[in-house]
Write a new protein. Sequence first.
Length: 222
Amino acid sequence: MLLGDKFPNFTANTTKGVIDFHNWLGDSWGLLFSHPSDFTPVCTTELARVLKLLPEFAKRNTKVIGLSCDSLSSHDEWAEDIQSYAGCSVGDEFPFPIIEDKDRKIAYSLNMIDQDELDSDGMPLTARAVYIIDPTKKLRSLLVYPATTGRNFNEILRVLDSIQLTDRARVATPVDWKVGDECMVLPTVPESELDKEFPQGVKVVSVPSGKKYLRKTACPNI
């Protein structure tokens, strides 16, 4: 898959029942993230973090869904460990679905496989993949981490913020940007349109080449 491709639809068994992925997304943004295995230390910290960040994803109209190659019964049992680690009430209904993918059918179709990580039967496990899908079902971001490296979900939220902002305004977000920081005016915006497009003002950064491509503006309030 390439960025901008239609994200493949699939049907899956999850801890919330059988879902058609596109129908489950509806008009929301989606975050699909895979993990190598249940009852493993790094994965437990990750899903506990997502559990705590659910209000932040909700603010961004984003549904989250996990995937691993373990069974639904394993997911359900593991959910209590995740809740405990997150400091939540153990035994409450787990709030987001986790996909069962024992045959790796979905993982292979979405290139989620980590060939260096094998289970006890010698089968490859799923990598730590993260897909951000927009409401039109297009793939907007893809991140893949090895099994030994836990993801930074603050960074994933930052990426989501950037994509949603730049969909609505003619800006790009620079290095280490976060919401409220200055943005870069797109090179495609002609100088004649700057005053209308950015009434808050634009400042040009001088560089040795003399080219006026580094144009900054306040973060649009959209």
